[in-house]
Each structure stands twice: as C-alpha cells, then as structure tokens.
Design a protein around this ligand. Structure first.
Ligand code: GAP
Length: 503
C-alpha cells in the first residue's frame, strides 16, 4: 500500500478509536489544533511519564519544574524570539495560498532525492543480486546529473538561509520553476518574514494593557528559574505556523518535553555528544528498529546555538524531526542577565570562580513522538484463517489499555468472575471489561487500540482459578493462574521495565 494511503488510514483510525480528533470538529475544525480522546490521552500520558522518569529518576542531577505559560514579555525580547523567531512566507497570487518559502525549496530537494532513488531502484531490479548500489550511485550519468543539481541547490539554499537573504530565497523558487500545487502557476509574491509567536493582552484597560506572548517553547521558563544542573519541564507551547501540515506533525498548539543541562563553558560539546547518545538510546528502547532513526546535523544554526542536531524518525512521509538537541551556549542566560539586570552566574566551588553556564538542551514534541509511535505501530495483517486484522503494535509500556478481561459467555457466573479479576488488577493497570459480541470480535477491538494482553474467563476458570492470557502480537494463548496475573503482566507492561533497558 502507498505510504500516503497508510497515513490516511492512520488518521482515520486515530479518530475512530478515540486517539486524536480535530479540535472544534462540529464547527468544521480549527487549523492545526487537535484534541486527544480517551485512548490518546492515555498514550500521551505514558509517553510523558517515560520521558519524565528517564530524566528525573535516572539522573540525580536533574529536577523538574512547571513554569507558567504567561511570562514577562521582556523574556522574549531577551531570548531573541521577538526579533528572530520568524519563518519566511510567500504567497501565490493566483491561488491566494500561503507557503513557507524554505519548505517549498526543501520539497524541491526531496524531488531530486526521489529521482535518484527511482534510478537506483530501477537498476537494482534490472541487475538483481549482482547490483552494486554504491558503484551505481557514483558512476551512473543520470544519477550524477540529479545529484549535482541537488548539491548546487542545497549549497545555494543553505547560504540564503544563513544570510537571511529573502530575495535570494524567492529567486531560487523562480529559478527552480517551483509551482503552486493548487494553481499550478509561478506567480509568486515577495518573501516576507513572519513572526510565529501568538500575542495577547494582559490587563483590563487599554492604557494598562500589556502585550504578552503565549510561549513558543517551554525552555525560557527553565532559564529564568535555573538553579540546578539539569531542569526538565513538560508543557504546552504555541506557534502561529504559516502552513499546518501532516496531521499532528505541525500544530499551532502543541506540547514539549524540554530539558536544559547547565555545564561549564568549554565542556559543552562533550556534553552535547553525550546527550545525543542518551536521547537516541531512549528512542531506540521502544523497539521500532534502528533503521527508523537517524541524526540530522543542522546546516543553519539557530541564533543561540553552536551545535545542533535533530533525531529524525521514519514517518509515512519520510524521515522527519522528532527531537532537537542543541548546544545553546550561554546566550539565553547572558541575555536574561542583561535584560533583567540580575546576576545569574554560577559559583563553582571547585574552581572558586563564577561563570555563566553553557546549556545543552534536549527538546522533543509530545505530539510528534505520539505520531511516530502510532505510525510505527499501525499494522494491517492477513491471518492464517483468511481473515485480516488491524493491530496497533504499541510498545506495551505505552499502550493506553494494558489488559482486557472478557467472560467467554455472558452467563453461568463468568461475568462475575471476570469482574473479580478486574477488581484485583485495576489498581495496577488500566483494564477494560468487555462482554459484548463474539470473543473474536472482542480480540479485534483490543488489537485496534493496541491492548497487549487479553484475559478470557471460561467455565474451567470457575474450577481451577486459571484464565487464558492472549498475547496481542503473537496471538498465542497461555493458561495462567489468576494469582500470578499481576506479576506476569507487571513485568511485561510496566514503564519501570522499559526504563531498566536504558541503564
Ligand atoms: N527550545 C527549543 C525548541 O523549541 P524546536 O526545534 O523549535 O526547538 C523542539 O522544537 C521540538 O518541538 C521539535 O523537535 C518538535 O518535536 C516539536 N515542535 C516544534 N514545533 C512544533 C509544531 N508546530 N507542532 C508540533 N510539534 C512541534
């Protein structure tokens, strides 16, 4: 199935099973704003817990905070967001549609990659087992031609971005003959900078009102509260994105999990390397396979960084950023010292000197993490008996519901027994009771929401106090004693077990 179709199915699956809905749906939705339903909120909470515990429990020198969304507006002046948190926008005069100029050019780069990959795939099919991909890429005329065009475009694009040269960005769009996907024309406006912060007013009178911003990142709440080696925070952030794309990948209201690690100047690049490794390990522990991840080092560094990389995940629409790891220098703390007039230097007792620490930041979007997990977990399987099933192979520790308990039939005391089982387990795991329809249909419903285990209570249970435990992925069943259920399941589905793999 084409990846586009898989993605469409995933979006409708999310809606049908209570993971994610468009916000304000009965009013036809609100662009790039989404609500999480009864399953989505559980998955999201589990992702946040996995992140939070990995930071705060596994690192003695990291503590958490929860700072306010509203902050003094000078913070955003000091951090550079008022002046520099912009995206270059361009409009097509015929369709009146608005685009990010850099994204139009990135899409063009991806088209060259596609052309190259198609040549490679064609040749691989033609030559079969004797195909040497590396040699083909370095010698084939058409591949070299596309590669040369791509490299030239990439160099020109990176320079234009670094120089903040908006005219050059427009010229690239013209020279590459990029057309608007809606109107099909090249009738473009100038490129303009657009600030992504939402603003509002605090105070009740027009004279007394102060313009304030909805935070576009949670990090500044950490900088202005810094007092420890590492500070972790989870919270909402807001960006007036020019183009909302790809479901919950780019939203206007989203949630971040950010950690700032304060280090001695001069040691920051070593710490940067360490945190890159720690974070990739955290992702890989979920078991989606190493091939799903890659680092992407930035060509253009943000105004505050001296090194930056993204951890990208293979989404249905290609490798995309899920997390950013940035060496942010001492830019933010120095700026806050300057703008607030207060010293926020750290006295290092070992060196007997004060300095403004450098910062390594790890910043991951909860919603993007959610999307990567859902897209890697969504499977359509053909079964041996000729039927098919949709199953979410979620990492068990993140699954919204851990266990479904089902009486084989709705009589003979089996529902009562099943309730008894749930009552002993509900304090430990999120359980669901289901007695409706055939057992096969009930399994399908649980597969569709990613429940790792189903317990069936049958007539035999009333005699021997054993139940059937069915594994979501293998569909194999084992007979276990009710008294053992808690231990067996806790070991397989707990976040603690997942965290232990990080040590
Ligand atoms: N404090 C640094 C910072 O905010 P960023 O690369 O702009 O860095 C960090 O954002 C992460 O936040 C991204 O890797 C992404 O996962 C998430 N994110 C950023 N913008 C987003 C948006 N519009 N919608 C959803 N997630 C977003």
């Amino acid at each position: 199935m084409a990846q586009e179709d898989v993605f469409k199915k995933l979006v409708s699956h999310c809606k049908e099973y209570g993971f994610v809905f468009p916000s304000s749906d009965i009013y036809d939705g609100l662009g790039a704003v989404y609500d999480y339903g009864q399953m989505g909120v559980e998955l999201k909470n589990n992702i946040k817990k996995y992140w939070w515990d990995s930071m705060v429990l596994l690192h003695e020198n990291i503590v958490g905070i929860d700072s306010a969304i509203f902050m003094h507006p000078t913070i955003w002046k000091a951090s550079g967001h008022v002046d520099a948190f912009n995206d270059p926008l361009i409009d097509n005069k015929d369709s009146k549609k608005r685009y990010r100029a850099d994204v139009l050019i990135e899409d063009q780069l991806a088209k060259y990659d596609d052309k190259i990959n198609k040549e490679v795939a064609k040749a691989a099919k033609r030559f079969g087992e004797s195909f040497d991909e590396a040699q083909f890429r370095s010698t084939n005329g058409r591949v070299l031609e596309h590669q040369a065009k791509r490299d030239a475009l990439h160099t020109r694009f990176a320079k234009a971005l670094n120089d903040g040269n908006l005219e050059e960005l427009r010229q690239i769009i013209i020279d590459e003959e990029i057309v608007c996907p809606i109107s099909g024309t090249k009738n473009w406006t100038e490129v303009r900078q657009f600030n992504l912060m939402f603003s509002t007013e605090m105070g009740s009178t027009s004279e007394g009102a102060m313009k304030i911003y909805l935070r576009p990142e949670t990090a500044q709440g950490i900088f202005v509260n810094y007092l420890n080696v590492g500070i972790a925070q989870i919270g909402k952030a807001f960006r007036n994105e020019i183009v909302a794309r790809q479901f919950i990948f780019r939203m206007r209201e989203f949630e971040q999990m950010e950690m700032q690690f304060f280090v001695k100047p001069g040691t920051e690049l070593d710490w940067f390397k360490k945190w890159k490794e720690i974070r990739l390990k955290w992702h890989k522990a979920l078991g989606f396979g190493d091939a799903s991840y890659r680092y992407h080092d930035h060509d253009k560094l943000a105004h505050y960084a001296n090194a930056a990389t993204d951890i990208e995940f293979l989404m249905p629409f290609g490798f995309k950023e899920v997390e950013g790891i940035h060496s942010r220098t001492n830019f933010d703390l120095s700026q806050h010292e300057k703008f607030s007039g207060k010293s926020i230097k750290y006295f290092d007792p070992e060196l007997n000197e004060s300095y403004t620490p450098y910062v390594i930041e790890t910043s991951i979007g909860v919603d993007r993490m959610f999307l990567s997990i859902m897209s890697a977990s969504y499977c359509e399987e053909q079964l041996e008996n000729g039927e098919s099933r949709v199953v979410l192979k979620l990492p068990a520790a993140l699954a919204p519901v851990k266990l479904a308990v089902m009486p084989l039939v709705k009589k003979d005391g089996l529902p009562e027994k099943a309730r008894e089982v749930i009552d002993s387990l509900k304090f430990h795991f999120h359980c669901q009771y289901d007695e409706k329809d055939s057992i096969g249909k009930r399994y399908r419903r649980q597969d569709a929401i990613g429940t790792p285990y189903c317990v069936t209570v049958d007539h035999q249970t009333l005699e021997d106090n054993c139940v059937t435990l069915r594994n979501r992925d293998t569909m194999q069943q084992e007979r276990v004693a009710i008294s053992e259920l808690n231990n067996i399941i806790a070991d397989r589905v707990s976040i603690t077990s997942l965290l232990k793999t990080l040590q």
